[in-house]
Ligand binder design. Structure first.
Ligand SMILES: [Zn+2]
Ligand SMILES: [Zn+2]
Length: 253
């Protein structure tokens, strides 16, 4: 007895659909499609694998305000959305960036829209884009142009980065600080014989001598500004700007 949907199946097969697609479309058993294809003398259609971008899309869910939630796999413990494709792992944000901008993202890439791990192609920014946008935000807010060099002498034309509020910082210093914190460098003695102390900027006290700057700086005045910014000796030639979490070494009697 012929299949009750033989006509419809044959029509779809002639249109070039795969057995699985025909079965899905007509709600019939995939295994009943194969023999009909054979009887019609039609060659098998190779499965059309999803592109990386198409696979990315299957794990996304639109949210209000243009945000996009990732429903796929996440890296532990960071929670970063990731996507496995042909034995490689991609971050969902980098794929989103390529969808929107048609080029590979450069550097750390994530949405700067305020929703953590948002993967909306319109919200995701790579390092150069984020730096440019935050720099504009800083100027719009009346902020001054960044200096040429940081307190440790790094060239800021290459290393300047901005916090979301437009506060400038030196990425080379931040990387140094991270490395130093990770290595937990053993304390050595200062020229004055005091043990070197590595502290965070918010722990600075009057009388400390900062030794992680090119020239030692004695702390006279500490001013705190919004966004966790700590200014040592504001307005003086030896002014040192830092963020609360930045590591500094001090000579503290
Ligand atoms: Zn978003
Ligand atoms: Zn620096």
């Amino acid at each position: 007895m012929p299949h009750p949907k033989r006509q419809e199946i044959a029509a779809l097969l002639r249109k070039g659909l795969t057995n699985a697609a025909v079965a899905r479309e007509l709600g019939c058993d995939r295994h009943s499609v194969g023999p009909i294809r054979k009887a019609l003398g039609l060659p098998n259609v190779p499965r059309q694998p999803l592109t990386l971008e198409q696979k990315w899309e299957t794990f996304t869910r639109p949210l209000p305000d243009g945000h996009v939630e990732w429903t796929g796999e996440r890296q532990r413990p960071s929670g970063t959305p990731v996507l496995g494709y042909r034995e490689e792992t991609h971050t969902a944000a980098r794929v989103a960036f390529r969808i929107r901008h048609g080029r590979e993202a450069s550097g750390y890439t994530y949405a700067d829209c305020g929703l953590k791990h948002c993967v909306a192609p319109d919200h995701v920014e790579d390092e150069p884009m984020r730096t440019r946008n935050r720099e504009q935000l800083r100027y719009l807010g009346g902020g001054p142009e960044h200096k040429e060099h940081c307190v440790r002498g790094h060239d800021l034309s290459a290393h300047v980065r901005y916090e979301p509020d437009g506060v400038a910082y030196c990425s080379a210093c931040k990387a140094d600080d991270k490395r130093r914190a990770r290595d937990n460098r053993p304390a050595t003695a200062t020229p004055e014989g005091n043990p070197v102390q590595t502290i965070q900027a918010h722990q600075l006290q009057q009388g400390d001598v900062i030794t992680s700057t090119p020239e030692p700086v004695t702390v006279r005045v500490i001013e705190q500004r919004p966004g966790g910014v700590h200014i040592t000796n504001p307005g003086d030639p030896d002014e040192v700007d830092g963020r609360a979490w930045q590591w500094v070494t001090v000579d503290r009697a």
